[in-house]
Design a binder for this molecule. Sequence first.
Ligand code: SF4
Length: 74
Amino acid sequence: MIIIIKKDNFMSKVKVDENLCIGCGTCEALCPKVFKLDMDSGKSKVISDNCEECDCQEVVNSCPVNAISIEEGK
Ligand code: SF4
């Protein structure tokens, strides 16, 4: 059995620390709805706080320089 828990009452705020980001593109490859590499700066940008396909925790864990954080609140 699969149980899906929706976090309707919570909003997530995804952040990329541009001082840490090395522009590897991993986050965009894993979740292009939320992350996009900015061609001018070479850094990743957050383009949406709302990803319905994942909770982006895998992306946070995959960033080689720990530049991504997720803050959750009501
Ligand atoms: Fe930058 Fe991390 Fe995304 Fe790579 S995975 S582009 S270092 S934020």
